[in-house]
Write a protein that binds this ligand. Structure first.
Ligand code: NAD
Ligand code: IPM
Ligand code: MN
Length: 362
């Protein structure tokens, strides 16, 4: 598949918007509103094009990821702003796998960047921890591992049934995510990179992670390299999150540790992420899902999606607008203008309006 290079710092951007299901449909419009409000300079132009891919379309037409969608996104858009997918009417989660995992794999978005940052001391469940103590980046490998869908059933629906799910790890795949973590640390003057695996039990797949890590770290002598098994990492990020600047791990462990990290910094309603292939069309989504338990109530927290949009603007090279979005979120948290998940009584649209106004007034 041919993909054009991204227009770094260019004046105009085209964004595909896939709001998806559940609260994805509620928070994503607030993000679009915030971005529009953040872009005040006449030098910047942004065009949003919406796509109705999700459970409704899947149930109605049997279409999840439409034919030609990947090439169209890669060739005609700079980035994708994504909400969430998942609907109780599709128990197999087939449409979500086709669309979300499909785009991650087919656009080769090998970096899943999930920053954990505490914006206000009161938001952490940890005792005696403040904003300076909780600031690290999780890089989750995003195109391989246990997510590739290689496997099968043997003797299905019999008492002797066997299910196999293969963990696929390529040297190139492991190397590029580990290298990305080190490069990020170097670029941002961060001192420490921690690779996490389960090589004490997964003696093939994670033996490869061990060998590649030991090879790559030699090229970054100024960075303190460390390895922790994933169970120990889960314990250590709770015990003392100050130890971490950059964490790099495989697809499944990154999924789990990023929800844990999100909770240290205020919960899923606040956690942003980017699915990135540097220089190519990349996809930005909050860490949370479609939250069927609160969907349709107008109380979903839009700040995770708005911080996600901040990451997207950074990626486009529009740093001052990305910064403005983060500052507006910081102000909403300081003034406690927040949804019920953060102890407030505001609705999704109320918070979105507040952020948009704050950005317009700046
Ligand atoms: P979830 O993230 O949707 O919800 C977990 C909990 O966090 C719920 O109690 C929910 O109410 C709360 N929550 C999440 N986001 C919130 C927000 N913005 N504001 C306030 N509260 C919020 O995870 P789940 O319940 O395990 O999954 C629901 C569906 O979403 C499933 O179908 C799952 O597969 C899917 N999912 C999709 C994505 C994605 O599209 N990126 C990510 C995770 C889960
Ligand atoms: C996430 C989600 C997805 C994942 C699901 C919906 C497949 O939990 O983006 O964190 O596991 O990657
Ligand atoms: Mn997840």
């Amino acid at each position: 598949m041919s993909v054009k290079p991204l227009r770094e710092c260019g004046p105009a951007a085209r964004i595909a918007v896939i709001a998806g299901d559940g609260i994805g449909k509620e928070v994503t419009p607030e993000s679009v509103k915030a971005i529009r409000s953040a872009i005040t300079s006449a030098r910047r132009q942004i065009e949003f094009v919406e796509f109705d891919w999700g459970a409704d379309k899947f149930l109605r037409e049997g279409v999840s990821l439409p034919a030609g969608a990947v090439e169209m996104l890669a060739n005609e858009f700079d980035a994708i702003l994504f909400g969430a997918l998942g609907d109780p009417r599709v128990p197999s989660n087939q449409h979500a796998a086709d669309i979300l995992l499909g785009l991650r794999f087919k656009l080769d978005l090998f970096v899943n960047a999930r920053p954990v940052e505490l914006f206000h001391d009161r938001l952490t469940p940890l005792r005696d921890r403040s904003a300076n103590d909780i600031r690290f980046m999780v890089f989750r490998e995003n195109t391989e591992g246990l997510y590739v869908g290689v496997g099968g059933f043997f003797k299905k629906d019999t008492p002797d049934e066997i299910a196999v799910q293969e963990d696929v790890n390529s040297r190139k795949g492991v190397e590029r995510i580990i290298r990305h973590a080190f490069d990020y640390a170097r670029r941002n003057q961060l001192k420490r990179v921690c690779m996490s695996d389960k090589s004490n039990a997964m003696n093939f797949a994670h033996d490869l992670w061990q060998r590649v890590f030991k090879q790559v770290l030699q090229e970054y002598p100024e960075i303190e390299s460390r390895h922790l098994y994933i169970d120990t990492l889960a314990m250590e990020v709770v015990r003392d999150p100050r130890q971490f600047d950059v964490i790099v791990t495989c697809n499944l462990f990154g999924d789990i540790i990023s929800d844990l990290g999100a909770q240290l910094a205020g919960g899923l309603g606040l956690a942003p992420s980017g699915n990135i292939h540097p220089g190519r069309t990349s996809l930005f989504e909050p860490v949370h899902g479609s939250a069927p338990n609160i969907a349709g109530k107008g109380i979903a927290n839009p700040l995770g999606s708005i911080l996600t949009s901040g990451m997207m603007l950074d990626f486009l090279g529009w740093k001052s607008e990305g910064h403005a979005l983060r500052n507006a979120v910081r102000s909403a948290l300081q003034e406690n203008f927040v949804t019920p998940d953060l102890g407030g009584d505001k609705g999704t649209v109320e918070v979105g309006d507040w952020i948009a106004k704050r950005l317009a007034d700046r």
